[in-house]
Design a protein around this ligand. Structure first.
Ligand code: PLP
Length: 454
């Protein structure tokens, strides 16, 4: 190979550490950035009510702790697609809990479902249809992968369900503008709204995707955390040949820091080609999820009455906390879809607009900043979820509000969370009896905000 050289004096003078144009536009994920801001405020002694970060924060189940300790010496790299035993355990788990008929060979395991979502967006062709609002990372990931993102409108009036009419409108408009949408990404239970699709809604959505030849990515990371009044149904039940399901350990067993996620791909020829493409990408970027974590994850996905009871108890706490916060917001005349799963609420502060405008607050970002600086309440603005800036919606997370009112040590805090889980695990005890003092204080803080604005 010959390289034509240019005399050095004609080369432009460049500084080191230059960035690509896409990297120059990137900012840290809104949710992780807020978590760091809260940590800084707390370190500076500023009282902060943390409703800005979606972390499932229960203590780790002892069986998982033991399994991880036992696997500590597994220091070899795992296969790129994941340990065969884990892929098998996930296939069996999804058959048991979601009636999905999958073989282990169409499952890929990775350090979190987030990199898998990015890998999928990187290798699948076409632009992305994305409901608004949607989780903060989908749109930035799609843009990093060079895709156009086409928002699909939803409304709080029907708890942000996704209608075939709205999907067809978005598809037609996108095509008219020269885009080529081939992928739809949905997330039920939803971050940020806590809403879930009804079974009929899921069937309609899957039917629409099949009719239009659209690949459906169903992010089911919160599937285990349904609150009990709506059942989680995967669109893969209706459209197995075109649906990819993602999930992981972060939410059901409160192990976000373990970084363990999976994706299931259709068992078709195109599914196999997709698996090969993701395997190639994974092999060049992350190689494999950590081997000891994968080994311990086998225990999390295996049938185990104790771990299943722990997951059910944590879902009951998330559900009770979300319902209490919902009741508090509604009593303050704030519109908010009733959450059905996960640990989020997505109130709309439109009824406060005149009072907020009088204080110079016109956007969700200004509202979130005001609440943090003046009231010590950390939230995330609707604009981070793809909503127009002047929509006065915020995402509230209740999952950091389950601890005791005070705890002198981390051990005391953890012991209180175990007591809460034990109480929630007794299905004869009404969830209304669960002690949630921090959540009570949060409801009171919102009442103060409403009174100050009145
Ligand atoms: N999808 C949604 C909707 C999430 O809220 C999160 C984490 O907050 C993820 C995916 C990422 O999960 P993981 O920890 O498996 O990467």
């Amino acid at each position: 190979m010959s390289i034509t050289t240019t005399p050095s004096e004609t080369l432009p003078i460049t500084a080191p550490l230059g960035l690509t144009s896409s990297a120059r536009q990137g900012t840290a994920s809104a949710t992780l950035a807020m978590n760091e801001l809260v940590a800084q405020r707390r370190a500076a002694g500023q009282d902060t009510l943390h409703m800005g970060f979606g972390e499932a924060s229960f203590p780790l189940h002892p069986k998982l702790r033991t399994a991880l300790a036992d696997a500590a010496t597994r220091t070899s790299y795992a296969p790129v697609l994941g340990l065969p035993a884990l892929r098998q355990a996930i296939a069996a788990y999804l058959a048991r809990t979601r009636q999905l008929d999958l073989s282990a060979s169409s499952i890929i395991v990775a350090p979190g479902s987030k990199p898998l979502l990015y890998a999928l967006l990187q290798v699948l062709e076409g632009d992305l249809l994305l409901p608004a609002p949607s989780w903060v990372s989908y749109a930035p990931q799609a843009r990093l992968a060079g895709k156009h993102v086409i928002g699909v409108a939803t409304s709080p009036d029907d708890a942000h369900q996704l209608s075939a009419a709205a999907l067809s409108d978005a598809l037609a408009q996108a095509r008219a503008m020269g885009a080529n949408p081939r992928i739809l990404l949905v997330n039920s239970p939803s971050n940020p709204t806590g809403s879930m699709f009804s079974e009929a809604g899921v069937a309609a959505l899957a039917g629409w995707a099949r009719e239009n030849g659209i690949t459906l990515i169903s992010d089911e990371i919160y599937a285990e955390l349904a609150h009990g009044w709506r059942e989680h149904v995967s669109p893969a039940r209706f459209y197995p040949e075109g649906t990819i399901v993602t999930g992981g350990l972060s939410k059901p067993v409160s192990a976000g820091g373990w970084r363990l996620g999976y994706a299931t791909l259709p068992a078709t020829e195109s599914g196999v080609r997709l698996l090969t493409a993701i395997q190639a990408l994974a092999s060049e970027i992350w190689s494999a999820a950590a081997t000891p974590i994968q080994q311990a994850a086998c225990v999390a996905f295996a049938p185990d009455a104790e771990i299943e009871a722990y997951v059910r108890a944590s879902a009951r706490v998330h559900g009770e906390a979300a319902q209490r916060m919902h009741a508090a917001l509604v009593s303050l005349d704030i519109t908010c879809p009733r959450p059905a799963g996960a640990f989020y609420l997505y109130p709309d502060f439109a009824s406060w607009r005149p009072a907020l405008a009088a204080r110079g607050i016109h956007t969700s970002e200004e509202l979130a900043r005001h609440l943090l600086q003046e009231r010590g309440i950390a939230t995330l603005p609707g604009v981070a979820f793809g909503e127009p800036p002047d929509t006065l919606r915020l995402r509230l997370s209740v999952s950091m509000l389950y601890g005791p009112a005070t705890a002198a040590t981390g051990d005391e805090h953890e012991a209180a969370l175990w007591r809460l889980l034990t109480q929630a695990g007794d299905e004869h005890t009404p969830t209304s009896a669960l002690p949630l003092p921090l959540l009570g204080a949060a409801c009171a803080r919102w009442t103060e905000v409403a009174q100050a604005l009145a």
